[in-house]
Ligand binder design. Structure first.
Ligand code: COA
Length: 259
């Protein structure tokens, strides 16, 4: 598949989407959103793909929304634009497969929000994070006020969003914003190691776990537990459940088919 603003690669069950606007530090414009949406649908529909990796280049994951585009927006245009951003982030979050944000360099504004919409974040020690929208007289609009708060808690989210400062990967790790911090030279290798591990897991159980974890934000604990119980039972109708348990009992490695 050919795109203008992203590069797409599929190999051994792992789809890699690379943001590719190096001239603008991978700033996210409407074309990026459009292409991400297309590639997301494609990945969702391809059963051979078990994991998605999203990355930028060595000096930028993405430096946020393309400011050049929206400096003269009317409120209506801003609304239309941010609606597209939120749809794109929601699609990414709802993907029924695990996603990894592999972050080097800047992950600011919409770039940071895109990483937040992924399931797991791995960052290089040169990564820089921030939600600097406040300095432009606006607020994060691509889910930053919601997803960052859920990930790091209200107090830290307020500090980061009110001050709009750029902070390093060590602080991101301490905050729980990222899962793993690795030397920049090993980012690619460690990302793919993690992706391969996830690709070997049973896809239906992974999708189910992801859905249940997301549900936990929106429902009371008893509703969540009821859903967990139903989904737990449902997985006993899958071939992967049988394979996983038989493999354990037979002392061999399970080979999951996603059925
Ligand atoms: N939108 C559009 N273009 C952007 C951009 C953005 N969010 N971030 C960077 N760029 C462009 C710059 O305009 C510049 O283009 P030019 O060479 O044509 O002038 C190029 O990317 C390199 O950026 P530059 O600012 O020269 O690099 P730097 O190393 O001095 O600073 C940043 C890097 C990320 C600190 C700085 O670019 C920045 O603050 N960007 C905006 C971040 C932001 O506020 N994001 C949230 C948006 S809602």
């Amino acid at each position: 598949m050919d795109f203008e603003t992203i590069l797409y690669l599929k190999d051994s069950g792992i789809a890699t989407v690379q943001l590719n606007r190096p001239e603008a530090l991978n700033a996210i414009n409407e074309k990026v959103l459009e292409e991400l949406s297309v590639v997301n649908d494609y990945i969702a529909g391809d059963d051979d793909i078990r994991v998605l990796v999203i990355k930028g280049n060595s000096n930028a994951f993405a430096a946020g929304a393309d400011i050049k585009n929206f400096v003269n927006y009317s409120p209506r245009e801003a609304h239309q634009y941010i609606y597209k951003v939120q749809i794109s982030m929601n699609k990414l979050m709802a993907l029924g497969k695990p996603s990894i944000a592999s972050i080097a360099g800047y992950a600011l504004g919409g770039g940071c929000e895109m990483a937040l919409a992924c399931d797991i974040r791995i960052a290089a020690d040169n990564a820089l994070f921030g939600l600097p929208e406040i300095n432009l007289g606006i607020v994060p609009g691509g889910s930053g006020t919601q997803r960052l708060t859920r990930l790091v808690g209200e107090g830290k989210a307020k500090e980061l969003i009110f001050l709009g400062e750029i902070f390093d990967a060590k602080k991101a790790l301490d905050l729980g914003l990222i899962n793993l911090l690795v030397p920049a030279a090993r980012l690619e290798e460690e990302t793919m190691k993690l992706a391969r591990k996830l690709a070997r897991k049973p896809p239906v159980a992974i999708r189910t776990a992801k859905e249940l974890i997301h549900l936990s934000y929106d429902v009371d604990i008893y509703t969540g537990l009821m859903m967990e119980k139903e989904k737990f039972a449902y997985l006993f109708s899958t071939e992967d459940q049988r394979e996983g348990m038989l493999a354990f009992l037979e002392g061999r490695k399970a080979s999951f088919k996603g059925k």
